[in-house]
Write a protein that binds this ligand. Structure first.
Ligand code: LLP
Length: 433
């Protein structure tokens, strides 16, 4: 079992002290639930590790992992920054009154509408991804913004983190960022502009990474670039953002595969200090942008089992009332999950496949797992669904997306209501004859 879960006297699963059967009865299924305390604890681990190891840092939560207004309040209260990657994420954050001066704005193809929204509203750091974007900014900055736009430049450090190829981003062949050799000219152009202010550099090498070395390699490449740039042009970058990407376990088997966030922060801090010492470079303010490692284990999805189908000698299918619409990660990345029968955690074990209700044979949440004989009407809880589930959910087959509940002090609080069927037709224009 991952995170803060236990089995109560009724043989029910409890998350953060809340009985999942009661949650299913009162809030409906499918349902995303988050253990708020664990989420806050994950943030605290990052903060403490930085406080112990590095003099000036900023932590920015990567909103693409999971974002809603209630989470924005926690991020703000914890004094973290927020990484947004679209006009939509920026809009959500500013609607939730998240301070725009703590927003880092990403994206490899920021549209005109997005650029103008952010230029007008204000931003903490704008991450320039490519030449075309820089030229737009040079044209638009003076007319739309009444301030110097604070910039990071995103570089591809050429480091392979050996994770799933769809979530590898820092290799030379990447759609994101400036190749090292191309960055110099662009940065100089920005330094010379009256409307822009270059604060630092950014890189993000990938996601769900299970060892620390690639992050250290990336830090090394970035600092070497900073030192070379200073030597040639006399310009000192005050800040360095090394992105996110630390992986986390999804199953008990993977429990020891990933370095804890404390170790990761400590190793990066040491590396940056060591390199700066060697290069006589002033220590930059260091940013990290964790997403998954903050929210993933804090989140679970509660389903109800519907049909159960046994093909003698072949397989037993257990179908739940959600699937690839609320968790597209198995079908996209072959991601592995584990589950429990929430209303009978301990029981006679049986090998089953947990599938969703979509019209796709590939809609399999868990290929094969021992579970305590799931039956129609049972509650099934899939663990570690806190990141890239809600945020990547779809309405395929016109299935409404689940609501989100935060569990705090043993009580549930609805923070995103479930979608209704009428939400699904809200944007349809009904022809009149
Ligand atoms: N910063 C930048 C610029 C990013 O592109 C990302 C993730 C992060 C930070 C946060 O990375 P994390 O700490 O969450 O690994 N949908 C995929 C993951 C895509 C990650 C995209 N970028 C998945 O479900 O595995």
């Amino acid at each position: 079992m991952l995170g803060n879960k236990s089995i109560n006297e009724n043989n029910h699963l409890e998350i953060a002290g809340c009985d999942v059967v009661e949650l299913a009865q009162t809030m409906g299924t499918p349902l995303y639930v988050y253990d708020e305390e664990l989420l806050r604890f994950n943030m605290q681990e990052y903060e403490e590790a930085f406080r112990e190891n590095y003099p000036h840092f900023s932590l920015a939560y990567a909103g693409k992992a999971f974002l809603c207004s209630a989470l924005c309040s926690i991020i703000e209260e914890k004094n973290w920054w927020l990484d947004v990657v679209s006009g939509g994420e920026y809009y959500l954050a500013s609607s939730a009154d998240f301070p725009v001066e703590k927003i880092i704005f990403h994206g490899n193809n920021k549209t005109q509408e997005e650029r103008h929204l952010v230029l007008r509203g204000g931003v903490g750091r704008w991450v320039v991804d490519n030449e075309v974007e820089l030229n737009f900014l040079l044209e638009e900055a003076s007319s739309y913004a009444s301030y110097k736009i604070p910039l990071f430049f995103r570089l591809t450090p050429g480091v392979d983190p050996h994770t799933h190829q769809y979530i590898t981003t820092g290799k030379i062949d990447s759609k994101f960022g400036f190749p090292l050799g191309e960055a110099e000219k662009a940065i100089l152009k920005a330094i010379q502009s009256e409307d822009l202010e270059v604060w630092g550099l950014h890189c993000h090498i990938g996601s769900q990474i299970d060892h620390i070395e690639p992050f250290l390699k990336a830090a090394e490449v970035m600092l070497q670039f900073m030192a070379d740039f200073r030597k040639k042009h006399g310009f000192v970058f005050r800040e360095l953002d090394l992105g996110g990407g630390l992986g986390v376990p999804y199953t008990d088997e993977e429990r020891d595969r990933f370095p804890p966030s404390r170790l990761y922060v400590q190793a990066i801090s040491e590396k940056v200090k060591e390199m700066c010492g060697e290069l006589s470079y002033p220590l930059p303010r260091l940013y990290l942008e964790p997403g998954r490692s903050v929210v993933n284990t804090a989140g679970s999805t509660i389903y109800q089992v519907g049909s159960v189908k046994e093909i003698p000698g072949v397989k037993k299918y257990v179908a739940v009332d959600g699937g690839m619409t609320d968790n597209p990660r198995p079908i996209l990345y072959g991601a592995k999950y584990q589950a429990h029968v929430g209303n009978r955690v301990v029981g006679e074990q049986e090998k089953v496949s947990v599938v969703g209700k979509c019209c796709e044979s590939g809609d399999v949440l868990i290929e094969e797992m021992e579970l305590s004989s799931p039956r129609p009407g049972d509650i099934l809880v899939v663990e570690a669904t806190g990141a890239y589930n809600y945020s990547m959910a779809s309405n395929y087959n016109l299935i409404p997306r689940p609501g989100v509940v935060f569990l705090r002090e043993r009580k549930p609080e609805l923070v995103v209501r479930p979608e209704s069927w009428s939400d699904l037709v809200r944007r349809d224009i009904v022809p009149v004859d």
